[in-house]
Design a protein around this ligand. Structure first.
Ligand SMILES: N[C@@H](CCC[C@H](N)C(=O)O)C(=O)O
Length: 257
């Protein structure tokens, strides 16, 4: 049977999107999901997302990395599925949906999707980097010159090394452009490569830059290889709350496979 899919991208982080409200998709077939995400033999994407029915929320998001495994939260994917739900008529301009890390609110305003992220209460500051979980685990490390930096080589080394080991972490390299703007390049676990943008990654970068005193601002622009995202937040007792990831989310094409 042919499978209908949609392709979405949010600042170049791209996803195969499937309307699974009728439970048509086999979630346990890791090889098939990896095939659909393969850029040479399949459709090609950084991940695959299912939109499913939910008893009390507008919808449920199920996220798989390009390697075919279900993974933790995807921020750009959360913005893209909100645009997809709007396209399907499941929501108007506001949504509450469930993802693997809990409930998320989202709004669509002037072509941008605003996605509320979970509060962050545990931030580890180390000599060379900051580590936190923004729905997915993120290592944040400053580098002076991002343009010449080998993100794939060093990202993979950090992702596979101690203390992350087999479970791994996403790895973000950051350079300061100004008090309100930082450049970011991310190596993504489960894609095992640099992606053009990572939503939970830029969220971690914005919070980390505030946490270590690189900025006093609470609305920060993150310049990724795929375009600009914004993150706003409030300081809380132990960390940060009312965290929003803001940026475009675009349908690229529809197909059957
Ligand atoms: N691209 C995502 C992050 C997806 C999850 C990540 N690869 C992991 O397995 O931790 C984003 O936009 O947040």
């Amino acid at each position: 049977m042919n499978l209908t899919f949609y392709k979405y991208q949010g600042t170049g982080n791209d996803f195969v999107m499937i309307d699974n409200r009728q439970q048509v998709f086999d979630k346990n077939n890791t090889k098939h999901i990896a095939f659909l995400c393969d850029r040479r033999f399949g459709i090609g994407a950084d991940g695959l997302i299912l939109l499913e029915n939910h008893d009390t929320c507008d919808f449920k998001m199920v996220y798989f990395n390009a390697d075919g495994n279900e993974s933790s939260m995807c921020g750009n994917g959360g913005r893209c599925i909100t645009a997809f739900a709007n396209f399907l008529g499941v929501i108007k301009n506001e949504a509450t949906f469930e993802a693997i890390d809990g409930l998320h609110k989202a709004t669509i305003d002037k072509g941008l999707v605003h996605l509320q992220m979970q509060d962050v209460n545990n931030i580890e500051q180390h000599k060379t980097h900051v580590f936190m979980d923004t729905g997915s685990p993120h290592h944040v490390q400053m580098e002076a010159d991002l343009s010449a930096f080998d993100v794939k080589f060093f990202g993979r080394k950090i992702r596979q090394g101690s203390p992350y080991n087999e479970k791994g972490s996403n790895v973000n390299f950051v350079s300061k452009i100004s008090e309100e703007k930082f450049g970011v390049r991310t190596y993504e676990r489960g894609v095992e490569d640099e992606t053009l943008s990572c939503g939970t990654g830029v969220t971690a970068v914005a919070l980390a830059m505030n946490y270590i005193g690189e900025t006093e601002k609470n609305l920060i622009t993150l310049q990724t290889e795929g375009g600009d995202l914004q993150v706003s937040f409030e300081k809380a007792d132990k960390g940060y709350q009312n965290i929003w990831l803001i940026g475009p989310a675009t349908q690229v094409f529809k197909g059957t496979i």
